[in-house]
Design a protein around this ligand. Structure first.
Ligand SMILES: *[C@@H]1O[C@H](CO)[C@@H](O)[C@H](O)[C@H]1NC(C)=O
Ligand SMILES: *[C@@H]1O[C@H](CO)[C@@H](O)[C@H](O)[C@H]1NC(C)=O
Ligand SMILES: *[C@@H]1O[C@H](CO)[C@@H](O)[C@H](O)[C@H]1NC(C)=O
Ligand SMILES: *[C@@H]1O[C@H](CO)[C@@H](O)[C@H](O)[C@H]1NC(C)=O
Ligand SMILES: *[C@@H]1O[C@H](CO)[C@@H](O)[C@H](O)[C@H]1NC(C)=O
Ligand SMILES: *[C@@H]1O[C@H](CO)[C@@H](O)[C@H](O)[C@H]1NC(C)=O
Length: 670
């Protein structure tokens, strides 16, 4: 979950009108301001949000009557606006912009990032929201079934669009589709029109200055009246995530019961030149609004205001910022923020510590968001650049089963990584005998599926293949509802780097390292699968892979023990006794066999994550031949004495110098 920040807004409208309904009114300076927004007497607005992850709202300050419940009918309306999205760095930008019809003009509790400042994770999808939005979405969020990272969609009470299409327009003559790149920085014009009689909503988008295409991009026939209240506000919502971008509204006309007037393109304000590069200041989010509203026949002449914002950062808390790092700028937290959030890295805020550093709990003062801050010392610059490039990738990963990395900070010999706080800590803690948290079978099965789905995303659904490198219960964290989330992608490699330049790239945790990884040092999706297989076995059996102090000799090595039991037809004997026989035998067997298949000593025999997901969902059946194949592989490994968990291995193996034993610093949860 992303942390919410500040809302801003302003609409400074001067209404010169004389007519009936809302009688003559003039509300110059009537601003809707929240959080840290400031206005100067000229109507210049300064908006401050934290670094990245900001929300901005602009609403017309008066409610409009969309329907009369007594009379029953819903009005037609028509609106057009010109917008531009200017990302801070080419192709890397915020989450987008939405035109919104809302019961209130502040949308309390709404989150930035993929929530676009419209919803939060509790109210999303709830019909009591009464929010209708047309989203211009520039990030592909799988949790909302987004089709791509450049689309227009119609959303009702949720961000799973009822209908959406890649942004673009159809040529009137030829019917060809021309894609428009929303984040190009070029101004574009949108038309949103609803006919209350036909119950049809159309959305059209085209480059500014060109004639409006006849064929709409989106057209949806449906009755808006259940979603709309009699009086609603209209406006815009926009959000940034790790990466900032500037969203501008250059002009806006709105009309009830009739067609909105076209905008006079020549009179639109210019988009300001980039304000970004100034040293020591950071432009975050700006909205310029030139508004002309015509409501029910009234002509409201408006004016335009704009906000630009700068946060000047005092460098009293020294940080390291190198030239090449500027491209990752928006991911950075200030050391000061983290210092304040964790109360000065106080011992009481310590969640745990491991081989690579300590994890602190914190609360960001600007937004009250709970975070976990991992403090890692690093001695060299070696690997840092590569690692930060990876962070920039990781920061853009969006999946409900991945712990979200919010950003980082660098200072002296320290690196700070900021994550979402996971209230239920790590799965390892939960599985251990010491904890008082107990997980029943359905929870465990769900967590296994959660992790599988997160890993499937990393391996096969994201634009790049991301290798996790350190899958184990300690790196699976549990949220409030005991959903499993995978954390710490790619960190094993980095930590290995900082640690011991002599060793090759082998990183991970002993026991989870596939035999060929130990041999070649090359991590790939199949070595992740190996670790995931072991992970599944541990979750079912509620114990670690190797229990050196186990009373029962033959149970010391988990994999061998399970194989033996399977051979005897008593595979269910291996199930965690804490489950007290309350489990679904079929599911347990499936997970155990799948665990063995994934941790097959021979990489080629391991399935892909997409197959794993299908097996777990019962869409595909495990092949019958796996047992023979696994047993044969294990036997031949014992004979050839490969590093594996063969029964004659003593615990000395832990210090085998050819392996780097990287206890992940996440192992103590957050
Ligand atoms: C709704 O319609 C009824 C009947 O036509 C009318 O009496 C009432 O004033 C209308 N209400 C509003 C808020 O316009
Ligand atoms: C989510 O939004 C609703 C309605 O705006 C608000 O009442 C609620 O407190 C928010 N929840 C969280 C967790 O912020
Ligand atoms: C929807 O929101 C209302 C009011 O905030 C709340 O009472 C209700 O429980 C919510 N429904 C669901 C399904 O979350
Ligand atoms: C649109 O989505 C809403 C909320 O998900 C749903 O209730 C409604 O049935 C959908 N309408 C159409 C026309 O698909
Ligand atoms: C939507 O577009 C179609 C196709 O151009 C048109 O026939 C219809 O009148 C439009 N509806 C509205 C509400 O503008
Ligand atoms: C809505 O559609 C009806 C029937 O096609 C048409 O007569 C009416 O003029 C349309 N209203 C608006 C506001 O376009």
């Amino acid at each position: 979950m992303c942390n919410s920040i500040i809302v801003i807004l302003f609409v400074l409208l001067k209404l010169a009108s004389s007519n009936t309904v809302p009688d003559e009114f003039s509300f110059n300076g009537c601003l809707k301001l929240d959080g840290l927004a400031e206005a100067d007497p000229n109507g210049l607005l300064t908006l401050t949000t934290g670094l990245g992850r900001g929300v901005a709202h602009v609403f017309f300050n008066l409610p409009l009557q969309f329907k009369n419940s007594t009379a029953g009918s819903i009005s037609s309306f028509s609106t057009t606006f010109v917008f531009a999205m200017v990302p801070e760095y080419p192709k890397l930008g915020g989450h987008g912009l939405a035109f919104v019809i809302s019961p209130s003009k502040d949308i309390p509790g709404a989150l930035p990032c993929q929530y676009l400042g419209l919803f939060n994770d509790t109210n999303i999808g709830n019909s009591s929201n009464h929010i209708i939005a047309v989203e211009l979405d520039t990030v592909q969020d799988f949790e909302f079934d987004d089709r791509d990272d450049n689309h227009v969609g119609i959303d009702i009470n949720t961000l799973i669009s009822n209908i959406s299409k890649t942004a673009g327009y159809f040529d009137d003559q030829t019917g060809t589709f021309h894609e428009l790149y929303l984040k190009s920085g070029d101004p574009m014009q949108i038309w949103i029109e609803y006919n209350g009689t036909k119950e049809q909503l159309n959305v059209t988008i085209h480059p500014v200055g060109e004639t409006r295409p006849i064929r709409p991009l989106l057209s949806m026939t449906f009755d808006l009246s259940p979603y709309i209240l009699d009086f609603m506000y209209v406006g815009f919502s926009s959000a940034t995530g790790l990466l900032a971008s500037s969203q501008y509204i250059l002009g806006w006309n709105f009309k009830m019961d009739g067609q909105a007037q076209d905008l006079e393109i020549s009179k639109l304000p210019k988009i300001p030149q980039s304000l970004g590069e100034k040293k020591g200041s950071k432009k975050l989010l700006q909205i310029i609004l030139g508004v002309t509203l015509s409501v029910a026949g009234l002509t409201l002449i408006s004016l335009v205001v704009l906000g630009a914002l700068f946060v000047s950062r005092k460098k009293k808390f020294m940080e390291i910022l190198e030239d090449w790092e500027v491209q990752y700028g928006p991911h950075r937290f200030t050391y000061k923020d983290l210092f304040v959030a964790t109360k000065g890295f106080k011992e009481n805020e310590l969640l745990g510590s491991g081989g690579f550093g300590r994890v602190y709990r914190g609360t960001l003062p600007s937004s009250n968001t709970k975070i976990a801050v991992k403090r890692i010392s690093h001695d060299s610059r070696q690997g840092m650049r590569e690692f930060l490039a990876e962070i920039s990738t990781i920061g853009r990963l969006r999946h409900p089963n991945l712990v979200r990395l919010l950003g980082y900070c660098r200072r002296h010999h320290e690196l700070f990584l900021v994550y979402d706080y996971m209230p239920n800590g790590s799965l390892e803690k939960c599985l251990s005998n010491k904890s008082n948290c107990t997980l029943d079978w359905s929870q465990r099965f769900k967590i296994i599926k959660d992790v599988a789905s997160g890993l499937f995303y990393l391996h096969q659904q994201w634009v790049q293949v991301v290798i996790h490198r350190d899958i184990k219960p300690a790196n699976v964290l549990l949220d409030n509802d005991m959903n499993g989330k995978l954390g710490d992608f790619g960190l094993a490699r980095f930590c290995d780097h900082g640690n011991d330049p002599q060793t090759s790239n082998i990183a991970g945790t002993l026991g989870y390292i596939a035999p060929e990884l130990a041999r070649t040092g090359r991590a790939n999706t199949s070595t992740d699968l190996y670790a995931f297989g072991i992970f599944m076995l541990e979750v079912v059996c509620g114990r670690r892979l190797i229990e050196p102090r186990s009373q029962l000799q033959d149970q010391q090595f988990l994999v061998d023990w399970i194989l033996e039991c399977w051979d005897r037809g008593t595979i269910l004997d291996t199930v965690d006794s804490k489950l007290e026989n309350r489990y679904v035998a079929q599911e347990v067997e499936l997970v155990l066999k799948l665990g063995l298949l994934c941790s097959h000593p021979c990489a080629a025999a391991r399935p892909s994550m997409s197959s794993v997901v299908q097996y777990l969902d019962g869409i595909a059946q495990l092949p019958d031949t796996i047992r023979a194949s696994i047993i044969q592989a294990h036997t031949s490994m014992e004979n050839s004495n490969q590093p594996s968990v063969a029964p004659d291995v003593s615990t000395e193996r832990y210090s085998n110098p050819s392996l780097t034993f990287t206890e992940s610093f996440a192992s103590h949860g957050r």
